[in-house]
Design a binder for this molecule. Structure first.
Ligand code: HEC
Length: 158
């Protein structure tokens, strides 16, 4: 029997490390509990990280669906693509809200004005040179003409 094992059994004061059986048991238990606790908290953190990743993917998909699925309103399309010229009357364009400038154009009718915006007219490029759909351009025409005194209905979705 080794000195150490002997000391464990007898609890002799001269035992080399001065360890007793209950002490070793306590240390073992502490290691065991510590180990368990660590494993448990790791997996909770991993679950949380996983949930966050899933949530992020879900959020992105939602935004893409909204951007692709809902056409802009007349006002949104105007702000995005038409205001660049029409807010100030740049390049000789009829200015937003200027009834005198819009009246003779409104008199030609909604279809003619929409056609001008879609195909372009003089200094105005087709589709205003942007990435709006035909529906969004035609809504912007109605929005802008109405601000100039027209009573056009904003075209609904296809
Ligand atoms: C690059 C500047 C520019 C942008 C951007 C622009 N326009 Fe114009 N727009 C003009 C000019 C210039 C005219 C006047 C054309 C003319 O009669 O010679 C005009 C005229 C118009 C008219 C009257 C057309 C007619 O037949 O009398 C409408 C309607 C119109 N724009 C709609 C729009 C809409 C809708 C948008 C955004 C989708 C837009 N414009 C963006 C420059 C622009």
């Amino acid at each position: 029997m080794s000195d150490f094992a002997n000391a464990l059994q007898t609890g002799h004061p001269n035992a080399r490390h001065g360890w007793t059986l209950p002490m070793i048991g306590a240390v073992g238990l502490a290691l065991l509990l510590g180990g368990c606790g660590k494993t448990a908290s790791n997996s909770i953190e991993e679950d949380a990280a996983m949930a966050q990743r899933l949530q992020r993917v879900g959020t992105v998909e939602l935004q893409v669906a909204t951007a692709g699925g809902a056409p802009k309103t007349g006002e949104q399309a105007f702000q995005a693509q038409c205001a660049a010229c029409h807010a100030t009357g740049a390049l000789g364009s009829p200015k937003f809200g200027d009834a005198a400038a819009w009246a003779p154009r409104i008199a030609t009718g909604q279809a003619a004005l929409t056609n001008s915006a879609l195909k372009g007219k003089n200094a105005m490029p087709p589709q205003a040179g942007g990435a709006l759909s035909d529906l969004e351009v035609s809504r912007a025409v109605a929005y802008m003409a109405n601000a100039g005194g027209a009573k056009f209905a904003e075209p609904k979705g296809e």
